[in-house]
Ligand binder design. Structure first.
Ligand SMILES: [Zn+2]
Length: 341
């Protein structure tokens, strides 16, 4: 069924919908939107293909990719990305990207699988996610800055993996700065913010025990907030706590505009996980999930790193178990952050 450009909707769709909701759908308000009815508040992946021609998207329409993995349909021209860190053995996708074209058509990508949606929207989604830092947003390198991993002075720990173990999820922050605020609502312990700050610092550090790769990435803490609109864009970058399935530790929601700039990132840790370890000790107690390690991982998403599944060395590996300290940026994480910023 062909669809006209602009604001008009296809006749075939109107007929199909009016058969279901004749009175409401045909109210003669304005000619162009007269036939539209709101989409249901939650869309499944199978509904994505027809969305945009069959119903009027609301600003809070949510795509439920899997149980506990949802992302709101973004504004036209924008990509919304959700990435989750799962516990080992957890099944289901760990990332999804939704693109909304200016004509309302949607495209959906789940993990690395080909996007659903039309060829045009899937192609546009791929192009936006592939955009990289431009010279305008990339700082010049300081003289003498080490751009390769240090060697010789100290042995590289066995757990570092290779420098090639990284992926990008799309978009970079202008001026390399991710400004964020914190909502302490339902936090598990009063020292949670301190742990999160350490994690954010670890992902932006130029050096780790696995080497050195210069980066200008900077997570700028701007104080506390009471906002918590997880999965929906509200023009504020909020880090805090939300309730997910127990096999999800944290989720990062990113919005990337058509030029490849990150315009908002929200990070939510799971308040239904009852065995967080929020302390600073490098020895994570058995049976506890290390908040600093999870924060390091989620901040990687916040800056534009995607999951890496080729080996389990990188911080950006999509699962994390209990009793594990994974705060040290591995070789691939160092290269990824240094390349982006
Ligand atoms: Zn992740």
């Amino acid at each position: 069924m062909a669809r006209k450009e602009g604001r008009s909707r296809s006749v075939g769709t109107v007929i199909a919908l009016t058969a279901l909701m004749p009175a409401v759908a045909l109210m003669p308000t304005t000619p162009s939107f007269a036939a539209e009815i709101p989409c249901s508040s939650t869309l499944s992946p199978s509904e994505i293909k027809s969305v945009g021609t069959s119903c009027q998207l609301a600003s809070d329409t949510v795509v439920r990719v899997a149980e506990g993995l949802e992302v709101a349909v973004p504004e036209p021209g924008m990509v919304a990305i959700v990435q989750v860190l799962r516990t080992p053995g957890s099944t289901g996708p760990s990332a999804a990207s939704v693109y909304r074209a200016t004509d309302g058509q949607l495209a959906l990508q789940i993990d690395e699988t080909p996007a659903l949606g039309s060829t045009a929207t899937a192609g546009a989604l791929k192009r936006i996610l592939a955009k990289r830092a431009e010279p305008a947003t990339k700082h010049p390198e300081p003289a003498g800055a080490a751009k390769t991993q240090s060697s010789g002075l100290a042995a590289v720990p066995a757990y570092c993996g290779s420098s090639y173990e990284y992926n990008f999820s799309g978009g970079v922050w202008q001026q390399s700065v991710f400004p964020w605020t914190y909502n302490s609502r339902s936090q598990p312990a009063s020292d949670a913010l301190q742990a999160i700050k350490y994690g954010f610092q670890f992902i932006t550090d130029t050096s780790s025990a696995c080497g050195t790769y210069y980066t200008f990435a900077f997570a700028d803490y701007r104080g506390s907030t009471t906002r918590y609109t997880w999965g929906t864009r509200d023009n504020g970058n909020v880090v805090g706590w939300a309730g997910f399935d127990p096999d999800i530790l944290g989720a990062t929601y990113s919005w990337v505009d058509g030029s490849g700039l990150r315009v908002e990132v929200d990070i939510a840790f799971n308040n239904r996980v009852t065995n967080w370890f929020t302390g600073l000790s490098g020895t994570v107690p058995a049976g506890r999930f290390d908040l600093i390690s999870v924060a390091t991982h989620e901040a990687g998403h916040g800056f534009g790193l995607a999951h890496y599944t080729g080996s389990s060395y990188p911080v950006m590996f999509p699962t994390l178990g209990t009793g594990v300290n994974k705060r040290v940026k591995r070789s691939g994480d160092l290269t990824g952050m240094g390349t982006l910023y």
